[in-house]
Write a protein that binds this ligand. Structure first.
Ligand SMILES: *Cc1c(COP(=O)(O)O)cnc(C)c1O
Length: 366
């Protein structure tokens, strides 16, 4: 059993992928070729914003986004204490300081109640994360941001395709960043990322930053970086977009089946916040005795993952010894992601749940 089965998807798309890749090899515009422009148009349409700016990866997208918002040395950016490293890493790479707030332990999303207390005169932006496939409480974040004149950048790396009250992730704030890492719901065959905004001026700044701060050929008005989406990756993503909605429906079926099968067990199922339609990037439940259960699953050949074992402020690279957030720390002890992809079959899911049930019993949890 695979944790994420990319081979099943590839078998389904093979002739179309091969044709798309051949077309790029034939025209030879490997960097910023026509497929990149076509993909940006398609993605912007889908998210419902005026601009999509593609770039090298999701981490760069966050960093470019922060730079575009004018975040730099001396600034603070509020982030949830529970996320992938890139959320806080991008803040540090932009020269600013991450300030951590706690999460709602049921949804694992930033708890907006903690925002006001984290704001200082140095706060410039809030970086909420739409984790595991569902959107953060963007209305509550926006309300605080408006009150304190702060920028908002949605980390939508795991939520491309998700909606909140019917509105797409990526269109819920002035700026959003996503990732096309292969294991994300919309994944390339390598690295990729993109930014979304409705703001014309900001879009121009972001594009400039991602292309060496170039205003005209070999004339550079600022220092940016080199961050571009390869034409080959854009071609792959255009093909994968064609089946994205079908795969989303399949992911939803898989998640609902897990919910049903796991209901009798002593585990906390992933909870969706009201108004959210998830893309189910992960199926992450919470349980006592996580490590022992995980070992028993591994022994039975069932791969799992821990997203994430350690709060951001306890990572060696980011250590903030004065920070302590109880929900982040509790979730890190209890979270466990089960195999999740659109092609997971009911029999496989039944086996995962059977082994997990036996593990809980053996460890003294009923
Ligand atoms: C994957 C991810 C990123 C970074 O994306 P890359 O393309 O791997 O750089 C950022 N934030 C979150 C929450 C992610 O899951």
């Amino acid at each position: 059993m695979e944790f994420i089965d990319l081979a099943a998807q590839q078998a389904r798309l093979k002739p179309r992928l091969e044709a798309a890749i051949q077309a790029v090899l034939a025209h030879g515009r490997y960097v910023l070729g026509p497929e990149v422009e076509a993909l940006e148009r398609r993605l912007a349409e889908r998210v419902g914003v005026n601009h999509c700016i593609s770039c090298g990866n999701g981490t760069a997208a966050l960093q470019i986004g922060l730079m575009g918002l004018g975040v730099g040395p001396g600034d603070e950016v509020i982030v949830p204490g529970f996320s992938f490293i890139a959320t806080a890493e991008s803040v540090v790479l932009a020269g600013a300081r991450p300030v951590y707030v706690d999460i709602d332990p049921r949804t694992c999303l930033l708890d907006p109640d903690g925002l006001e207390a984290a704001i200082t005169p140095r706060t410039r932006a809030i970086l909420p994360v739409s984790l595991f496939g569902q959107c953060a409480d963007m209305e509550a974040v926006e309300a605080v941001a408006v009150r304190h004149s702060l920028a908002v950048l949605e980390d939508a790396a795991q939520s491309f395709g998700a909606t909140r009250h019917g509105r797409p992730s990526g269109a819920l704030s002035r700026l959003a960043a996503t990732s096309f890492f292969p294991s994300k719901p919309l994944g390339a065959y390598g690295d990729g990322g993109a930014l979304f905004t409705d703001d014309d001026e900001l879009a121009e700044a972001l594009r400039c930053i991602a292309r060496h701060g170039e205003a005209a050929p070999y004339h550079h008005v600022r220092l940016g970086m080199n961050s571009r989406l390869d034409t080959l990756q854009a071609a792959v993503l255009l093909v994968k977009l064609e089946c994205f909605d079908d795969e989303l429906a399949r992911r939803r079926t898989v998640a609902e089946r897990y919910d049903r099968l796991l209901a009798p067990l002593d585990v906390a199922l992933p909870m969706l916040a009201p108004g959210n339609a998830s893309v189910h990037a992960q199926y992450s439940l919470q349980l006592a005795g996580r490590d022992a259960a995980r070992a028993r699953l591994a022994a039975a050949g069932i791969p799992t993952a821990v997203h994430y074992p350690c709060p951001l402020y306890r990572q060696l690279a980011l250590m903030d010894p004065d920070c302590s957030l109880p929900a982040c720390e509790a979730v890190c002890q209890r979270i466990l992601s089960l195999p999740m992809h659109p092609y997971l079959e009911e029999a496989q899911q039944r086996r995962v749940v059977e082994v997990l049930a036996a593990a809980l019993k053996a460890e003294g949890h009923v």
